[in-house]
Design a protein around this ligand. Sequence first.
Ligand code: SAH
Length: 231
Amino acid sequence: MKIAIMGAMPEEIAPILEKIGNYTTTEYAGNKYYEAKYKNVDLIIAYSKIGKVFSTLTATTMIEHFGAQKLLFSGVAGAVSPDLRVGDLIVATKLAQHDLDISAFGHPFGYVPEGSVYVDADKEMIAISKEVAQSMGKKIKEGIIATGDQFVANEARKNWILENFKADALEMEGGSVAVVCNALDVPFFILRAISDAADMDASFSFDAFLETSALESAEFVMQMVDRIIEK
Ligand code: SAH
């Protein structure tokens, strides 16, 4: 089996590469892909760069070029739900694109013809994440993640995303990775650790907590991989 582990920024995959230790690097389509044997599976690891376009390219490449059969995303996000604090983990049940807008034609936000507002994440991996959380003694929240090509550092925009998408967290890659994996029939799991509250202090909070939150998420994702391999 070949499992893809992806992030958006170097900080999000650094702890994973460190844990794997030995890997080969391949340059393809303007990005670096790291391949490794881990236990009895093949891993393909990469960070895409920020945003929906780069994450679409990387997820597609991991599947179509490198043959990944499952995809796990590890990264950080802004909290929308007041229950979520910096460092908390959120598992996406479904994802939407909050900046996709042809509402001028009467369509709902996040919708285009022949698409859907939400894309569901793989139920089996969500179930595994509950087992992992329990074995690690960690609390995880399941919820909706909204994705858009903007760093949200604004209470009004955040509330708009909450009202229109019932989102619990927001970030810039999950929704596009979901579309790719859904179209190519590859089960996917999106995990994020909170780095900020998407409010006026978001950029300061992000800078202060990126590394620790990214590590939190990466450690959990590696436990997920271990558990997937055991099954
Ligand atoms: N500091 C970086 C930019 C980070 S953009 C630089 O200067 O290069 C924010 C990244 O973290 C994105 O990959 C996104 O997925 C996630 N993220 C965390 N908090 C977010 C927020 N409040 N709004 C949008 N994305 C957020």
